[in-house]
Design a protein around this ligand. Sequence first.
Ligand code: ADP
Length: 297
Amino acid sequence: MTAVLEARGLTKRYGRRTALRECTLSVPEGRVVGLVGPNGAGKSTLLQLACGLLTPTSGTLSVLGGRPGSGPAQLARVGFVAQDSPVYKGLTVAEHLRLGAKLNAGWDAALARARIDATGLDPAQRAGRLSGGQRAQLALALALAKRPELLILDEPVAALDPLARREFHQALMAYVAEHGISVLLSSHLVSDLERTCDHLITLVGSRVRLAGDVDELLATHFRLTTARRDPGSLPGELTVVQAQHTERQSTFVVRSMIELRDPAWRMEPIGLEDLVLVHMAARDTAAPAASRQEARS
Ligand code: ADP
């Protein structure tokens, strides 16, 4: 498996504040990777490190096999849309495209124009007059016209209404389906990413809490309901991520490579949002063994 992003013991501190701590990660190529985690978890910091806008305090980070921001060739391979889709308010849509063409050697003018047409943006409109959704579409068109191998998006839909969110994701997915590039996008809401991503990284408290293919995560997490019992009495194949008890009943979220059948309990699949929220809620405990292994692999 080729990795588009490979981090080993990656740490970033701002003064005395640690934004990322000892992160070890491998992001596979050709995937749409969701980076989720609560506000302040370190998502923007990781994405800015990947673009070369920040440098690590310690550890190593390689993106597409090179050091982020190490030169024009490396910069050209990575497209980045920062939070709130920043654009030049005083410039028109068409002027943005002309600027993009001047600043990027590999600029695909036909692609840029096609995307502007497809999203119905008026080339003569000043960016300051665009809606949030239109601004995000412009920023996406500008990033894609660079023809990057990796597209990085920091909370691209956070400020958009539900319809604009859907339109943005549809535009992104249509491009990915056609061109097969790698995408890394962040959100503090799993629901934003659920339909879009096939790989998920969860950051909690500046550490990687969970990482893996969405299919694999869903196939290995279950909700298990039994008569009240101690988590320690469950079979060793099950890693307990969360335990909740009433007087008579226990409900566990467990991680297991196989679905264990036992007449004494009910074991059911769990949705992606619940799965991630359970891992986030477990922030004060050590990451389960399987996650630690993934984080190391
Ligand atoms: P997220 O994107 O998940 O919300 P960030 O990467 O923005 O998280 O921030 C991670 C932590 O680093 C937070 O505690 C935040 O306050 C801190 N932080 C981010 N940027 C700076 C900065 N420029 N100076 C000082 N602290 C910062």
